[in-house]
Design a protein around this ligand. Structure first.
Ligand code: MRU
Length: 350
């Protein structure tokens, strides 16, 4: 199977820059970019060149290591202060996916916990930690896939939204992990891919990586999903997550919540896939999740040859929505398949 390389986010050969596949150019161009400044790293996340919650986490870990190299000659207190400042800045690039702050906090924790080690030693540890976050991601996705396969049968027709595949992680994906791991075992699936307006992560990214892996893939506009479910052609809806609150409410790409309502109406299982790093037990419910609002041009102009709305029109463009926990049939994590009531099952596992 032609997987995307697991190093589509990595350190440069000399270890002094972060290299990443620019997802904003897919599928028409496979371009790798190299960044060294924290400002360029911030822009890469904001501009969705690096996107998908776990992938953002891996990128942020490498970014913090590369940032640290700039003040390697400073004393511990100055080093810590600069590191924290860069961390705060990077963390402000996008608010919803918790993996960003999770990875930054993990790197910062290492600096805090090793005040007596000396800055040179801390930098070596930061590099190791970033590499660990990267390799851990591959293992987490693999386990999510294994757990997902306990719910998904050979031959199933699955509907996806956004991209929670290999591109959104560093291999296998979360939502797509059972598909890839099942295929490794000779299973076959039929994938229906929502194009995912307005930034087309489904059409540009999910369709691209599934087709590349040889999966039977059909693209549809977001508003066609109900028609498929009504006709009984979908066995399960599979989605990723950007942040799961302690009660199971799940923030994911805008449109996910509407899909969950459709799935429940038509009695189609609605499954959320996520690693432990996406579960935020400090957020009580979906009401406490900050939803990113994005630029109006993404609706009115982006991906159109000509502007498609009148000048000056008011625009509503949230990047995510929150799916009510009651509408989720199961949350599939690296630590197992969780069922309702999620406040209880999440607490037990996390
Ligand atoms: O705005 P994006 O493309 O970063 O949004 C990504 C999603 O909503 C994904 O479904 C989510 O991050 C899960 S990725 C495994």
């Amino acid at each position: 199977m032609d997987y995307l390389p697991s190093d589509h986010v990595r350190l440069s050969e000399d270890g002094r820059a972060v290299v990443y596949l620019d997802q904003s150019k897919l599928p028409w161009k496979e371009e790798f970019k190299t960044v060294t400044s924290i400002r360029d790293m911030y822009e890469a996340i904001l501009g969705l060149e690096v996107r998908g919650a776990p992938c953002i986490g891996v990128f942020a870990a490498y970014a913090m290591y590369v940032a640290a190299l700039k003040y390697a000659d400073k004393d511990y207190e100055t080093f810590k202060e600069s590191f924290h400042k860069d961390g705060e800045y990077l963390n402000s690039s996008r608010p919803t996916a918790v993996n960003l702050s999770w990875a930054i906090r993990r790197m910062e924790g290492l600096v805090e916990d090793n005040s007596s080690a000396g800055v040179g030693q801390i930098i070596t540890m930061l590099k190791k930690e970033a590499e660990e976050i990267h390799s851990e991601d591959i293992g987490l996705c693999r386990r999510i896939g294994e757990n997902g396969l306990t719910l998904i049968n050979d031959g199933a027709a699955l509907l996806t939204h956004c991209n929670a595949g290999a591109l959104a992680t560093t291999r296998y994906g979360t939502q797509l992990a059972p598909v890839y791991i099942g295929m490794e075992r000779g299973m076959h699936f039929k994938l229906y891919v929502d194009e995912t307006r307005p930034l087309l992560q489904g059409a540009r990214l999910t369709a691209y990586e599934l087709a590349r892996a040889g999966v039977d893939t059909t693209l549809l506009c977001d508003n066609m999903a109900g028609e498929l479910m009504k006709a009984g052609r979908i066995d399960a809806v599979i989605v990723g997550a950007d942040r799961i609150a302690a009660n199971g409410d799940t923030a994911n790409k805008i449109g996910t919540s509407a899909l969950s309502v459709l799935a429940n109406y038509y009695h189609v299982p609605f499954y959320v896939f996520a690693p432990y790093s996406t579960i935020d037990m400090s957020t009580a419910s979906g009401e406490d999740i900050v939803i990113e609002q994005r630029a109006a041009e993404e609706l009115t102009e982006k991906y159109y040859v000509h502007r498609m709305a009148p000048e000056g029109i008011k625009v509503f463009n949230p990047a995510f929505d929150v799916t009510d926990h009651e509408l989720i049939s199961a949350i599939i994590t690296d630590r197992g398949v969780l069922r309702k009531p999620y406040d209880k099952s999440l607490k037990e596992v996390f």
